[in-house]
Design a protein around this ligand. Sequence first.
Ligand code: FES
Length: 80
Amino acid sequence: MKHPRKLIFICCGSDCKKAGCKKLSKDLAENLNQAPYKGKFKFIKTKCLDMCKSAPVTIIQDHFFKKASPERMLKFIDED
Ligand code: FES
């Protein structure tokens, strides 16, 4: 049976846009489209998550990332 993909939510509200959510998405996608991650994640862009002071904000499963960076998110994924 195929494993379900994990969901990564990326806020693309106005403050997160200013804080670089597009570059964050692009950098993450470049990493997660390679082995061993390829096909295991699905990106979902969201509207404002009401945590604008912590932009850019992302969520993997039930874990919030404030001032998210690809490095911290990949570290979390590797440790999960
Ligand atoms: S714009 Fe991303 S939390 Fe508000």
